[in-house]
Write a protein that binds this ligand. Structure first.
Ligand code: UDP
Length: 334
């Protein structure tokens, strides 16, 4: 199938392109390089040995550019990753987040409609659940009580997609709610390497281990968890990418709006991650316990059984793999 991947050179997008090519799909990427680099394209080609991938350096907000991409390519399905994703930045600049994430999606859907392409996979997040009432979190838990504008944009787009299907039952939509993606491709060629000071745990750990930052701040050790530090559902990005391939199979065989959690179902604490990282990679990782980060909750982990039952997908890679592969990528890209 010929698949348009928006944000296809980003962290999750690039790993998904690899899996798509390895499963015989053709890929057209649209990416404005806002948070990615052009050479990722060559790395995807190198990993897969395939050149069935084409890049348009364009912004998804540019409806003319999108129209041209659909005109030039026989797109059959879209995977929509492109979007801003930094929680703190979204709190400081909500208009920028609402404009970028919502406008680009509306433009994309308009152009898809024009070209009669009605299959889409949307990159959503577990943060649409807000502070979940209990764990594990299932897809039927309430959503929308979000705690920052980034999460609200994801929630709003989920609602837009829902309404779209209600208006036209020919649409076939998968909404994938990611838990905490970390890790990197085994080759060490692609991974996550944000500019500046990272917000998320693993990118921060990588910079500390590489000596680029002095120490990790562990945000609180008085949570109601086994060691007092926050518990999350970390998932290897390669497992996550494979979930998209399965979702394509699903939406190709039936219409509707399907929502799936993509997580492992296992919660690990910050200290579990830190200790595994040190032990498996034999590196030093100075850290200090500091105050809680506002808005953080004790624990969030998924119930991933719906994806297992309906997509035939489950996460296979372990926390050891996640720590080793993350560091392998970082070492290659210091
Ligand atoms: N965390 C931390 N230090 C950091 C970044 C994160 O202790 O520098 C903790 C955070 O409090 C949470 C966990 O690591 O318990 C995961 O945080 P992240 O921002 O990666 O994901 P999210 O909170 O969005 O699930």
């Amino acid at each position: 199938m010929k698949i348009l991947v928006t944000g296809g050179l980003g962290f999750i997008g690039s790993h998904t392109c690899v899996e798509l090519l390895e499963n015989g799909h053709e890929v057209v990427v649209v990416d404005n390089l806002n948070n990615s680099k052009k050479d990722v394209l060559d790395k995807i080609k190198k990993i897969t040995g395939s050149d069935k991938i084409k890049l348009y350096v364009e912004d998804v907000k540019n409806i003319k550019a999108l129209d041209n991409i659909f005109k030039e390519n026989n797109i059959e399905c879209v995977i929509h990753f492109a979007g801003y994703k930094a929680v703190g930045e979204s709190v400081k600049n909500p208009i920028m987040y609402y404009e970028n994430n919502i406008v680009s999606t509306i433009n994309l859907l308009n152009v898809m409609k024009k070209y009669n392409v009605k299959k889409i996979i949307f990159s959503s997040t577990a943060t649409v659940y807000g502070e979940p009432k209990s764990c594990p979190v299932s897809e039927n838990f309430s959503t929308g009580n979000t705690t920052n504008p980034y999460a609200t944009t994801k929630y709003m787009i989920e609602r837009i997609l829902d309404d779209l299907y209600k208006s036209d039952n020919e649409w076939s939509i998968a909404i994938l709610r990611y838990f905490n993606p970390i890790g990197a491709h085994k080759s060490g060629l692609i991974g996550e390497n944000p500019n500046g000071i990272p917000n998320n745990l693993m990118p921060y750990i990588l910079k500390v281990a590489a000596g680029e930052l002095p120490k990790l701040n562990i945000f609180g050790n008085d949570y109601n968890t086994h060691d007092g530090t926050g518990v999350r559902d970390y998932i290897h990005v390669v497992d996550l990418a494979k979930g998209h391939v399965k979702a394509i199979e699903k939406i190709s065989s039936e219409n509707g709006v399907k929502v799936y959690n993509l997580g492992t179902g296992i919660g690990y604490s910050v200290l579990d991650i830190v200790n595994t990282f040190i032990e498996k990679n034999k590196v030093e990782l100075p850290y200090e316990i500091t105050d809680r980060r506002p808005g953080d909750v004790d624990e969030v982990f998924s119930n991933p059984t719906k994806a297992k039952n309906e997509l035939g997908w489950e996460a296979k890679l372990s926390i050891d793999d996640m720590c080793v592969d993350s560091w392998n990528f970082k070492k290659n890209n210091i």
